[in-house]
Write a protein that binds this ligand. Structure first.
Ligand code: BT5
Length: 262
């Protein structure tokens, strides 16, 4: 179901934000909400602008991966942020956005959804959503584009996602209205973003950990050609994943792909 003008007006009416959702633009179909915003950076586009799409023809994940964006059943949106922060702090926005996303999903989910570092949302051990934040720092047109994809009313997934992906409707056993989830996410994102700008990542470390089920578990992290196996210890103050390796050595990773071992 395409977003109508009434839909975007309704979302806007539910927002109690200072930045996020300053503008909401809805599209039937675009290549990627992240790429669309990137293309608008050169223009005079307000911080907090939200691009919402009913489907994406080239939805993106990290590292050039695809994001499956079936029409009418998912949430595919991007938000433009312009934080005045050193670029090494920017990746931490992925973590605070993930927290906003898992909290929003949990407002509408029967089973509890959890975060998997750094950017995944899992429900009943399957992926229900992901965050893609991209930092563009070019003189006049800089900004952080924060993208989120959530599977809401999908009734199934094509190969090879069948066994690894799920939707809120599949897990709840009933369809769910996308609009209140979008509003909840945007409200939470705004609140967390303001707190992050004021106080950094520190206040988020405990809530993030409490919304994840990966800690104290055995995990494998792959990063390029390297694989690390050990126990997930915590997120450190810089947002890195601390892993206690089988050798007894503790390492802090700033990127990678985590798999939980049974
Ligand atoms: C992510 O990447 O999880 C980030 C996804 C962000 C998507 C949003 S949609 C709005 C905005 N505009 C965009 O173009 N992107 C953002 P990553 O961690 O790299 O995970 C990608 C992997 O997840 C793929 O390689 C698949 O294995 C799997 N995958 C793809 N589509 C999926 C889906 N709909 N549900 C669950 N898993 C999926």
């Amino acid at each position: 179901m395409t977003y109508s003008t009434e839909d975007t007006q309704w979302i806007q009416s539910q927002l109690n934000t200072s930045v996020v959702g300053s503008q909401i633009e809805a599209y039937d179909s675009i290549d990627s909400t992240n790429d669309h915003l990137k293309g608008s950076l050169a223009g005079d586009i307000a911080e907090g602008t939200v691009i919402l799409a009913d489907t994406q023809t080239h939805g993106k994940g990290r590292l050039g991966r695809d994001w499956y964006s079936e029409k009418g059943v998912g949430i595919y949106l991007s938000v433009l942020l312009k934080p005045a922060l050193p670029s090494k702090l920017i990746p931490q926005i992925t973590l605070i956005a993930g927290l906003a996303a898992v909290e929003a999903v949990n407002g509408f989910s029967q089973a509890r959804a959890f975060l998997k570092w750094p950017n995944d949302i899992f429900l009943n051990h399957k992926k229900v959503g992901g965050i893609l934040s991209e930092n563009h720092q070019e003189e006049e047109h800089s900004g952080v584009i924060l993208g989120i994809g959530l599977n809401i009313n999908h009734t199934g997934f094509p190969e090879p996602l069948k066994t690894i992906a799920t939707s809120l409707a599949i897990e709840n056993g009933a369809p769910v209205d996308r609009l209140p989830i979008i509003a909840s996410f945007l409200n939470r994102l705004d609140r967390h973003y303001q707190a992050f700008l004021a106080s950094g990542l520190q206040p988020f470390l405990i809530p993030w950990t409490q919304n994840s089920e990966m800690f104290d578990k055995r995990i494998t992290v792959t990063r390029g050609p390297q694989t690390y196996t050990g126990t997930a210890q915590k997120i450190d103050s810089e947002g890195r994943l601390v892993v206690l390796l089988e050798s007894g050595e503790e390492i802090a990773l700033d990127s990678g792909e985590v798999t939980l071992k049974e």
